[in-house]
Design a protein around this ligand. Sequence first.
Ligand SMILES: Cc1ncc(COP(=O)(O)O)c(C=O)c1O
Length: 501
Amino acid sequence: MVSGGNASSLPLVGGSAEPTIRELSRPGRKASKYPNLDVPEVDLNHPALKNEKAPLPEVSEHDLVMHYSRLAHRNFAVDLGFYPLGSCTMKYNPRFADYVASIPNFSNTHPATPSEFTQGSLEILHILEDYLTEITGMDHASFQPPAGASGELTGLLIIKRYLQNQKLDHKKDIIVPDSAHGTNPASAKMAGFNVVEVATDQRGMVNIEDLKSLVNENTAGLMLTNPNTGGLFEEEILTISNIIHEAGGLLYYDGANLNAIVGVCRPGDMGFDIVHSNLHKTFATPHGGGGPGSGPVAVKDYLREYLPGPIVVKNSDNYSWYTPEFSIGRMHGYHGNFLVALRALVYMKLLGKEGLDTLGSYAVLNARYLSSKVSKHLPLAYDEPCMHEFVATVKELKKSHKIKAYDVGKALLDKGFHSPTIYFPLIVEEALMFEPTETQTVETLDDLAESIKLIVEELSAPGVNLTDYPKNLPVGRPNELIPAKHLTVHWGDFELLELTE
Ligand SMILES: Cc1ncc(COP(=O)(O)O)c(C=O)c1O
C-alpha cells in the first residue's frame, strides 16, 4: 500500500463550504482585551487618517484559533509529507535550529544595537563565514542578501563595479545558459548587463562550441549552477572557466544546487570567483511559503573590497563591522536575515564534519535511487547519471493520452505528495523535476515511485477526466492565471485590494 507523504491521511477539516473568517464575524466579538489606559488618550483624528472603522472581522479568540488551525491543516508542508520540489531543496529542518533561533537573546536583539553589545552575534556570523568559505572554496562573505536572487544581483553588481574600477566598462555581456533559472537573466538585466544565452548540448550540458563563439572582449562574465538545472554535473567546468577567464570575464556560481556537492567538491576550485549559497535550501530553514531566506555572497580575495557593507571583521580582542572600500552599498537593511544565518550554523554544527562531508553524496544517492525507479514509468530528459535531482518528461504521454506534467503533479497531491517542480527547466518539454534531498528514507522514495506508477496507469485509463485531479483535497485546480493578471481581493461589499496589470 502506498502510504505516501501522509498528508492525505490528515484530518482535513471541512470542505470548500468551511466558513471564512468574515462569515464567522459577529459585531462586538473580540479575540483580545487591552488593559485600561494608564497614559492620557491621544486624539488620532488627523486629516491624513481614515475616520471610518476598518472593516475587520470580529471573532472570539477560540474562533480565531480554530479558523487558522483549519487553514494550516489544508496546507502542504515539509513537516507533513515528501516535497520533491526540484531546485528548491525542501529538506527536513531540524527543530533544534528553530529552538536556538527563538532564544530571546538572539531573537530580541535589535539590528541597530551597537557592536559592543552584540559580540556574540558577530562571532556567529564570523564563524559561519569561515564555514561557508571553506565549503565553497572562497575567501570572504557578506550575509546581506536575503535570498538567492538577491545574491545574484549582489554578485553582478560586484562584477560591474570591479570592471568599472579596472576601466573595463565596455564589458557588458553576461552569458547565461538557456537552461538557467529565470532569476539569472533577470538579475543580469537588473544590474545593467546584456544577457547572452548559451545553448545546452544533447547531453544536457553547456555547449562548449557555442560558448566559444559567444565569448569576446565584451564578455563580463558567466552565471552557472553546477550541477546544472538538468541535475547534471558540468564535466567541462574547468574548460568553461578557462574560456571565460581568458576573455577577462568573471564566473558567478548560482548556489541553488550546492546541496549536491557539499563535502565533495567546491565552486572555488572549479574557477568560480563569486558564489551565493541559499542557506534556506542547503542549510535547512523553512522556506517555500515565503519565509525569510538568506543568500550570502562569498568572493575570492581580490573582490573582498566590493562586498556589500558592513561585513564582520575579527580584531585582536573583539569583532567589529567594516565597510569595504569599493563596497557596492547595502543590499538589505542591517546585516541580512540573521536568524536564518544562525539556523544554518546550528544545522552545520548538528551535522558536524562527518555529516557535512557526506551530505552531498547522500543527496545524490537518493536522487539516483529515485530516478532509477521513476524512469521505469516516465522517461528521463537526459540519459546521464543525475546528481541531487533529475528531470523526467511527460511528453510521450501527452502525445498518446493528452496527459501533461501539470496533471501528474495534481494527481500526486491525492497520493499525499507535493508535486515535483513542473515545466522547469524550460528547455525540457513537459518537465517534472524531482529532488528528494538526503533527508528522505528509502521507504518514502519507494512510495513516491509506486505512486508515479499508479498515476501513469490511472490517468492513461479510458474515460479519465484529467481535470478531476486532485479529487480529495479541499482546493482542486484554482485558476492560477487570473489572480496573477488581475488580482481582486474582496469580501462582499468590501473591496480590500485591487491590482490590475
Ligand atoms: C537554479 C536556481 N537559481 C536561483 C534561484 C533563486 O533562489 P531564491 O529563491 O532563494 O531567490 C532558484 C530558486 O529556486 C533556483 O532554483
